[in-house]
Design a protein around this ligand. Structure first.
Ligand SMILES: O=C(O)CCC(=O)C(=O)O
Length: 321
């Protein structure tokens, strides 16, 4: 049985994105919000003990506490984002990634054999934080080029209502069929970026507010960017990615066994982090069901990271405008 209507699927194929406001009930996301509150609480208390933070700000709600702590001590971010991105692999995050309500949509996009892409992030966008503003890019700009024609669906979902004021995303509709545009490394705020002059002349960007419980689905070739948070709340969000099991991946592989001396199709779309099976009717025993195993699989890649894609993008500072 299909979860997406024909109209929704047609919209996604034509426009390159689809916002569904009610994939989850708002309460479905409370356990993850609570888990993240616990992570912030422990780290804040540890920072107080180390003399780096004046107090833990426990009276502040989920939407505001991180700002108060971060203003005094940016180290608070480490357990959420890791030192080099990625990092967090808590049980409630796993429960969201593998939630049956979400997978019902994913199945319509990529089929029933589903691999959770290694590239997923938690992004707490603090008000006015520079790094929260992400320039135009396609996710494929970060991936191996042999995956450009495969579909890797991005699930962008806020843990608060995401609005134009607190920095929801913008997408460029109908620009996903033109392949991967030229990107530059070290763009604004250090990110990979498509320069404005290289963006295709479609009808212009669309700003996509998403309520708590909603999801913005995008393809890996959909240009998108993230706007400034000019509000007084943290714009918490997750970006998760899924692909069909036939798309190159590193399921079951140890990072130290990675080598580029193998057929391209056997190189994962993003080698530095761990892919995992989230649904497999043909081999159910391969499905990761235990949050502790998910954490273990992720942790393997924390210390040994295979080299990332080498796409040969030039440096943003050296482009001729
Ligand atoms: O969440 C954001 O602000 C940026 C997300 C993004 O650009 C991405 O997931 O590729």
């Amino acid at each position: 049985m299909k979860t997406l209507s024909n109209e929704q699927m047609e919209f996604f194929r034509r426009e390159g994105y689809l916002m569904v406001p009610d994939v989850f009930e708002r309460d479905d996301l409370t356990p993850l919000r609570d888990e993240l509150t616990g992570v912030i609480d422990s780290k804040a208390r540890a920072l107080v003990d180390e003399g780096k933070l004046s107090r833990p700000y426990e009276e502040e709600p989920f939407e505001r506490r991180l700002t108060r702590v971060w203003n005094e001590c940016p180290e608070i971010m480490e357990p959420l984002t890791g030192k080099g991105g990625g990092g967090y692999s808590g049980a409630e995050l796993f429960h969201v990634i593998t939630h049956r309500k979400l997978l019902a949509y994913i199945e319509d996009f990529v089929g029933s054999e589903i691999v959770g892409s290694s590239v997923y992030r938690i992004r707490p966008k603090i008000p006015f934080m520079d790094r929260g503003v992400v320039p135009w890019h396609q996710d494929s700009g970060y991936f191996e080029p042999h995956c450009d024609r495969d579909l890797i669906v991005t699930v962008w979902m806020p843990l608060v209502d995401a609005t134009p004021e607190n920095g929801c995303l913008q997408v460029l509709p109908r620009a996903h069929e033109g392949g991967v545009y030229r990107h530059w490394t070290n763009g604004p705020n250090g990110y990979l970026a498509i320069a404005d002059e290289d963006l295709p002349p479609t009808g212009g960007p669309v700003t996509v507010p998403v309520p708590l419980g909603g999801v913005l689905f995008m393809g890996n070739c959909t240009p998108h960017c993230s706007t400034p948070n000019t509000s007084d709340v943290v714009r918490w969000s997750l970006d998760l990615r899924y692909q069909n099991a036939g798309v190159p991946n590193n399921v079951g592989e140890m990072p130290e066994d990675f080598t580029r001396e193998r057929p391209t199709q056997e190189i994962a779309c993003y080698p530095p982090e761990a892919d995992f099976v989230v649904q497999s009717p043909s081999a159910p025993e391969r499905t990761v069901r235990d949050p502790a195993l998910f954490d273990q699989i992720r942790q393997r890649y924390e210390h040994t990271r295979p080299q990332g894609p080498q796409r040969g993008w030039g440096d943003y500072g050296e482009r001729s405008a």
